[in-house]
Unconditional design. Structure first.
Length: 221
């Protein structure tokens, strides 16, 4: 199963971010803003949540697809797209990120914005393989995932390889949380040729803690 059921309660009880992060905006703009027909570009987000990234991409004229294990999140994403992006093109699925209901090479890009990390290492690797399967040749990957050493890692209950139900930090009460070591990145993303691996870091709690995230960009060989 490529989804922790704790997220159903999170989406039901917690207001979520309404806007995409700068790194994702830059990725979409750099790769797809220059195309003559944006509606011909199909973008998939795995673990789309309530749809902030889908909303941005749909407003920019792209055809958007999202999959998430939470029916609540999918319902929220669809409601926002319907209300704020009339006539949007694409499809949303409630289901397993490791079993994407699309043919080989269907998408121009696949996006993981801190969703796959909620799974153990082997399941995560299989999700990225599935993402590569549905990415067209020359298509793009954007992945953002928590790095080992980020606030929360090595705290609480250890539940797998580099994974904890953390005792503190931004992932507290967010279920299974896996943190990625840099040397694991090539193995996780075997289906792509990686072009950039960047480490983002910011402090929290008046510089008492540091949150670290990898941003991984690639292309389907």
């Amino acid at each position: 199963m490529s989804w922790d059921p704790v997220w159903e309660n999170v989406f039901r009880s917690q207001a979520w971010g309404k806007y995409p992060g700068e790194d994702l905006i830059r990725f979409v703009a750099r790769n797809f803003y220059g195309v003559p027909d944006r509606s011909a570009i199909r973008l998939l987000e795995v673990g789309c949540g309530p749809g902030a990234n889908l909303w941005f991409m749909a407003r920019e004229g792209f055809t958007v697809y999202g999959i998430d294990g939470s029916q609540t999140a999918i319902d929220q994403a669809r409601a926002r797209l319907d209300a704020e992006c009339p006539g949007w093109k694409g499809q949303l699925w409630c289901g397993d990120m490791g079993k994407i209901p699309a043919e080989d090479g269907y998408f121009d890009a696949v996006i993981d914005n801190e969703a796959v990390y909620c799974n153990d290492y082997e399941i995560s690797r299989n999700i990225y393989r599935e993402a590569a399967r549905v990415t067209r040749k020359g298509g793009k990957l954007f992945a953002r995932t928590f790095a080992r050493g980020s606030w929360g890692s090595d705290t609480g209950e250890k539940v797998g390889h580099n994974a904890w139900r953390v005792a503190e930090g931004p992932l507290l009460n967010k279920g299974y949380s896996r943190f990625t070591d840099e040397q694991e990145i090539p193995d996780l993303f075997q289906g792509y040729v990686l072009s950039e691996v960047e480490l983002l870091a910011r402090t929290m709690g008046n510089q008492a803690h540091e949150v670290k995230e990898w941003v991984v960009l690639g292309e389907k060989a």
